[in-house]
Structures are given as C-alpha cells and as structure tokens.
Design a protein around this ligand. Sequence first.
Ligand SMILES: [Zn+2]
Ligand SMILES: [Zn+2]
Length: 78
Amino acid sequence: MSESANLTSFICKWLGTHSDPQHLETEEKLRNHIIQHDINSCKRSISGDSIYICPWKGCNKYQSSIIKLEEHLRQHTQ
Ligand SMILES: [Zn+2]
Ligand SMILES: [Zn+2]
C-alpha cells in the first residue's frame, strides 16, 4: 500500500476512446497505452485537405500529417 503516490502524473486524456481520463502508473505505461489508440481516427478532411486533430481533452490543435500529430502527442505524455 505504499506505491499509490504519483498516480496522477501520467494521464491519458484521449477522448472518444474512453470518456474519462485514464491514469497510468509510469510514463512507459502511458506511452504503451497511447500507441494502442487508433491515431487514424483523428483524421479529418476539410476542403479536400487532410488534417489530424489532436484527440487530447482540452487541446484543440491539429497537424498536417500523422507524423506531426505523433510528435505533438509526445508533449502530452511527458
Ligand atoms: Zn487512452
Ligand atoms: Zn494536443
């Protein structure tokens, strides 16, 4: 019962897949959790152009490619 500290440090706020934030114990677990999400589901088409909307709760940014969105998502998992 002594390892309950810092449970709030690593949180997945990927909306759509789970409505409530998921708490992970370590950064590694969070990253392994994140890659199970379907990043392709973030794709949107606007006027023929594809953009990738960040699925993070409270983040309204979007990127022009899936690579850039992956890079952007790292900001949320640090
Ligand atoms: Zn998640
Ligand atoms: Zn974001």
